[in-house]
Design a protein around this ligand. Structure first.
Ligand code: CTP
Ligand code: MG
Length: 213
């Protein structure tokens, strides 16, 4: 099965406050370059960029992204040709090859797969600034990317979501809304999403010891 990698990179990076993350440098190279390198093996790589930007990179197709992550992924999905697609946030530079392989294997088999990690801290509700009811953290998972799907299944999920006005922060939710189960595989805490300014410090530190596959 051919694999298309879809990289939504069209966000504006508001919480970080450093412009679009695709051009943000960590360990001396941009987040976009980290992501492209992690998927050099893929049959096809498609990237959604913020409107008004274009780039040239051998073997990579660049498309204008949408208003939301979901719209950016949909745009890429319409152009993808692989039987299996991997959707990966450009904001997660530290992708261990083993994670991508686990996702791919489960996606081929089950049609949909997402990497998850355990919740390390105590998990509670914030009730107007006061300590609310605790959630059983062992029952919860933090969801990462890449997420893998049969392309036709993800397309159907996105079409249904568009019809019904369903908006989600990742693709697995849309597939789940179709009624199709999403297999969980073991993620990796190093694949955290660079979201807030302090994440950059962690990323710079990790970049120094990161071993290229
Ligand atoms: N993304 C996208 N198109 C959008 C919004 C987000 O392709 N309209 C991408 C981002 O570039 C990122 C991924 O979706 O790779 C995850 O989004 P997030 O971490 O939220 O990044 P931003 O949306 O850029 O950041 P923020 O929400 O702080 O503005
Ligand atoms: Mg965002």
């Amino acid at each position: 099965m051919k694999v298309s990698v879809l990289l939504p990179a069209a966000g504006s990076g508001e919480r970080l406050g450093r412009g679009p993350k695709a051009w943000l440098e960590v360990g001396g190279r941009t987040l976009l370059d980290w992501a492209l390198a992690a998927f050099a093996w893929a049959d096809e790589r498609l990237v959604a960029l913020p409107a008004g930007y274009s780039l040239d990179h051998p073997g990579v197709r660049f498309l204008p992204g949408g208003r939301t992550r979901q719209e950016s992924v949909y745009t890429l999905l319409l152009e993808a040709r692989g039987e299996v697609v991997l959707v990966h946030d450009v904001a997660r530079p530290f992708l261990a090859p083993a994670v991508a392989q686990r996702v791919l294997q489960a996606a081929r088999r089950h049609g949909a797969a997402a990497p998850v990690v355990l919740v390390p801290d105590t998990l509670i509700q914030d009730v107007d600034g006061f300590y609310g009811p605790p959630a059983p953290r062992e029952a919860y998972r933090l969801v990462q990317t890449p997420q893998g799907f049969w392309r036709e299944l993800l397309l159907e999920a996105h079409r249904k979501a568009r019809q019904e006005g369903l908006e989600a922060t990742d693709d697995a939710q849309l597939v789940l809304a179709l009624g199709h189960p999403v297999a969980l595989v073991e993620g990796d805490r190093r694949a955290f999403k660079i979201t807030y300014p302090e994440d950059l410090l962690l990323a710079e530190g990790l970049a120094r010891v990161w071993q290229e596959p």
